[in-house]
Design a binder for this molecule. Structure first.
Ligand SMILES: NC(=O)C1=CN([C@@H]2O[C@H](COP(=O)(O)OP(=O)(O)OC[C@H]3O[C@@H](n4cnc5c(N)ncnc54)[C@H](O)[C@@H]3O)[C@@H](O)[C@H]2O)[C@@H](O)CC1
Ligand SMILES: [K+]
Length: 428
């Protein structure tokens, strides 16, 4: 390293804290690294495991964009900032810090009911104790650093060390909302900056994440013999594994189908081949953002995956034979009828037959054939092992017929919705 590279640089923090009136814990690093300053957000180095640790704590896919990362923090009532407002530092070397000036944490503490402060590493804990604690009167809990330099700590070990942070947080239970109220909620989320296309991206990624959990559990149980790396972390990015029988993803023509196309893109990119079944070519879809999502997915699928356009019943049955998982993304909240049109009725029957043969069935938003609003069930309705419902649960899932076909219900928390709930019509 040359003489100049050894020199300290004066750094001003420059990234606004994340917090609001619901924040319950305050997490503090030392100072944004060069990669974070470049990304204009905290923990921006791709190898830093902070976002993967938080996501794993809450059993969610790791957030990718700064907007998603902000949402994750606010949804879980976590405030995030750094101890220092400015300092002189060499690169990302905490040991080199001089002339440290602290941030005014009173800004957060006066606005939010912060119960506990956590520092992400020894330097931030030391500087917090020296520069901030006298003013805040709150002792900080020291957590291990998630930086790539802290290689002695594996991701699972970091996750265990961060559990006390999660234990401080009160759980937000999303309310059951009528389908028209969900539409209003989506409009409010969009007006605040997260459009339907971004929500679909998150929905599809969450769906892929849940499929991946099932696939990895099967490997752990010895059901699948595919040689994937042990499930040390569900949060790592692309990873290639030898192809087993592909996951079958059934996509309808509306936006429920769009969730399926996005899930296909992620699973394929993560190394899990898919067989996507659709009645309409991506370019002929009309619903947006489903069409754009489908075109993107179609263009990105690797050679181990395939799209079956309007397959025969025999081809559908063949795709399902031995498949580990079938994803039902045929009909979502847009369906409210007594009968399901062909070919979807036959595909639903094929999914249910496959389930009887041991295929795990995951429904996107709502099992197809079930009215998400009324809980009435069409003659052909998917029988799911699990349903990943988007943003909030809908009443039909809990009506007697609905509960019978949903299996385990999980809500995918696609956005920070608490600020929009006041006055929303809730079902319960
Ligand atoms: N609204 C949102 O904020 C989000 C919605 N998402 C997804 O979008 C879905 C809603 O999308 P849509 O409003 O496009 O509706 P759907 O995709 O649920 O249903 C519309 C499609 O179903 C077809 N259909 C309707 N009745 C039928 C029948 N009897 N037989 C056969 N086909 C029939 C229609 O022709 C249309 O193609 C949600 O369930 C969810 O999965 C997600 O992307 C996440 C965000
Ligand atoms: K569905």
């Amino acid at each position: 390293m040359g003489e100049r590279a050894q020199e300290r640089e004066h750094i001003e923090h420059g990234i606004a804290p994340v917090f609001d009136g619901r924040s319950e814990v305050l997490v503090l690093g030392t100072m944004p690294s060069p990669a974070s300053r470049e990304a204009a957000f905290f923990y921006g180095h791709p190898q830093n495991r902070f976002w993967r640790v938080l996501a794993a704590l809450f059993d969610e896919p790791a957030p990718v964009t700064n907007g998603e990362r902000t949402d994750l923090l606010l949804r879980h009532h976590i405030a995030l900032w750094d101890v220092l407002a400015s300092c002189d530092i060499r690169g990302a070397s905490d040991a080199s810090i001089a002339n440290a000036r602290p941030n005014d944490l009173g800004r957060i503490l006066s606005a939010a009911p912060i119960r506990r402060v956590f520092c992400t590493g020894a330097t931030s804990a030391r500087l917090y104790g020296k520069l901030c604690e006298p003013a805040t009167g709150l002792a900080a809990v020291k957590l291990p650093s998630t930086s790539p330099a802290n290689a002695a700590w594996s991701l699972p070990r970091l996750v265990e060390a961060y559990r006390p942070l999660a234990a401080e947080l009160s759980l937000f239970e999303p309310p059951v909302l009528d389908v028209p109220a969900v539409v209003d909620l989506e409009a409010a989320i969009a007006a605040a900056g997260t459009g339907l296309d971004e929500l679909m991206e998150r929905a599809g990624r969450f769906l892929a994440y849940e499929v991946r959990k099932v696939l990895e559990a099967r490997v752990m149980d010895g059901v699948e013999t595919v040689a994937v790396r042990p499930a040390d972390d569900l949060q790592t990015g692309p990873r290639r594994s030898p192809a087993g029988v592909p996951t079958v993803i059934f996509c309808g023509n509306g936006n429920n189908g769009g969730d399926g196309w996005v899930a296909a893109r992620y699973l394929d990119a993560w190394g899990f081949p898919v067989c996507l079944i659709t009645a309409t070519d991506a370019s002929d879809l009309v619903a947006e953002p489903a069409r754009t999502a489908a075109l993107r997915a179609q263009a990105s699928l690797g050679p181990a995956s395939r799209v079956l356009l309007s397959p025969s019943d025999a081809e559908v049955a063949a795709a399902l034979r031995g498949a580990p998982v079938a994803v039902d993304a045929l009909l979502g909240t847009g369906f409210a009828h007594r009968t399901v049109r062909a070919p979807f009725d036959r595909w639903i029957a094929a999914i249910n037959e496959a389930r009887r043969q041991g295929v795990f069935v995951l429904a996107a938003d709502v099992p197809s054939g079930l009215s998400a609003q009324t809980g009435e069930s069409a003659a052909t309705t998917v029988q799911a092992d699990a349903t990943l419902t988007m943003i909030v649960p809908k009443p039909g899932l809990f009506a007697p017929a609905g509960a019978a076909v949903c299996g385990f219900v999980r809500t995918a928390p696609l956005a920070y919705i608490e600020p929009f709930l006041k006055g929303a019509r809730t079902h319960l």
